[in-house]
Design a protein around this ligand. Structure first.
Ligand SMILES: Cc1cc2nc3c(=O)[nH]c(=O)nc-3n(C[C@H](O)[C@H](O)[C@H](O)COP(=O)(O)OP(=O)(O)OC[C@H]3O[C@@H](n4cnc5c(N)ncnc54)[C@H](O)[C@@H]3O)c2cc1C
Length: 314
């Protein structure tokens, strides 16, 4: 029995399992070849069962949240891709709290971050306004230390509950997670090897005036609508160099609108690439190279990818 067959035998009937599932269906870029096996964990129990079975059968494992920061290569992903849909949130107050009061909520890894930002703001809880309209899940946001509008996960995260490759489950305080600009210790472990899985996040929020929170959400949403394109993409392609936004370098290097196959550098925001329809990962990689070359030639600045590239070439 191959490793995958052993895993199928363990997980069949426990959670949704598919063979050769096109990952283009599960990424915001709408790009990506098939996963040998695709499992969708809709509860904490399913997530634990899927990951533990994958590790115990020696199956290469990739965790997927919203797939909003990934470029999956055209040959797809060997082993199993486990999508986290466990999304319950506990600790939310039943009634408005006096301004200044602090609460700690616990969100499961599959909880959509943007919805959580809207829900907590509507309850008069400040802390996650920056995450309005930020695609993806709480788990992915912890791994990437997602951030926007001057806020980031590191600013609100108290601890993350991790399942570790040895099978232990424990809460890690934020300081132990090594959160830095769009990265963490959870992200740097080599892909393909067992990496800790985020099960849940404890987030600290503070009661505040709901009207001012609503105003902040509106402001941030409007800013996004005015500055970012609509369409299939993975958000910012490159990390911002220390002195200037990556999008600025890309625009100054004349690369806005540049296109390879069906992938285009957005005309609206130089750091976004859009899948115009049916794009392939190889096209994205070629366009990435062209952009990097152009910026290097003009400024001597080397742009580093913010998105993660996973899987195999076709
Ligand atoms: C239109 C658009 C706008 C964006 N704007 C921003 C922005 O303003 N700021 C910003 O920071 N990002 C932004 N992004 C990028 C993306 O939304 C964030 O990086 C987001 O936090 C990724 O979450 P995800 O759930 O989609 O993670 P995925 O892309 O699914 O995964 C990212 C990484 O986390 C790992 N992972 C996911 N879940 C778990 C888990 N439970 N346990 C362990 N590992 C896990 C994956 O294996 C992968 O390595 C944007 C993306 C888009 C498409």
């Amino acid at each position: 029995m191959s490793d995958n067959a052993a895993l199928v035998a363990r997980l069949q009937g426990i959670l949704m399992l598919r063979r050769n599932e096109p990952l283009a269906k599960h990424t915001s870029f709408r790009i990506g070849g098939p996963a040998d096996l695709y499992a969708q964990a809709r509860s904490r129990e399913q997530l634990l069962a899927a990951v533990q079975a994958a590790w115990e059968t020696g199956t290469p494992t990739l965790l997927l949240g919203g797939g909003s920061n990934l470029l999956v290569l055209d040959g797809g992903v060997r082993g199993v891709v486990i999508e986290t849909r466990a999304r319950s949130v506990t600790g939310l107050p039943a009634a408005p709290l006096p301004p200044g009061e602090v609460v700690e909520i616990v969100a499961e890894a599959g909880a959509p971050l943007a919805a959580l930002a809207r829900r907590t703001a509507a309850l008069g809880l400040a802390g996650l306004e920056w995450a309005v309209d930020l695609p993806g899940t709480v788990g992915g946001a912890v791994v990437n230390n997602a951030g926007a509008h001057g806020g980031e996960m590191a600013g609100v995260l108290v601890a993350a509950e991790l399942l570790e490759p040895e099978g232990t489950v424990s809460w890690w305080p934020t300081a132990a997670l090594g959160l830095a600009y769009r990265t963490s210790r959870l992200k740097v472990a080599p892909l393909g090897q067992p990496r800790p899985v985020v099960l849940a996040a404890k987030i600290r929020l503070q009661a505040a005036d709901p009207l001012s929170l609503r105003a902040a959400l509106t402001r941030y949403s409007q800013y996004r609508r005015a500055t970012q394109p609509v369409g299939a993409c993975a958000g910012s392609m490159f990390k911002n160099p220390p002195d200037q936004a990556a999008g600025w370098y890309i625009e100054q290097a004349g690369m806005k609108g540049a296109q390879v196959g069906a992938v285009q550098v957005s005309e609206i925001h130089g750091n976004f690439m859009l899948n115009l329809g049916g794009a392939r990962a190889t096209d994205v990689l070629r366009l990435v190279e062209r952009v990097q070359e152009a910026v290097w030639r003009r400024f001597g600045v080397s742009l580093e990818l913010e998105i993660q590239v996973v899987g195999e070439a076709a």
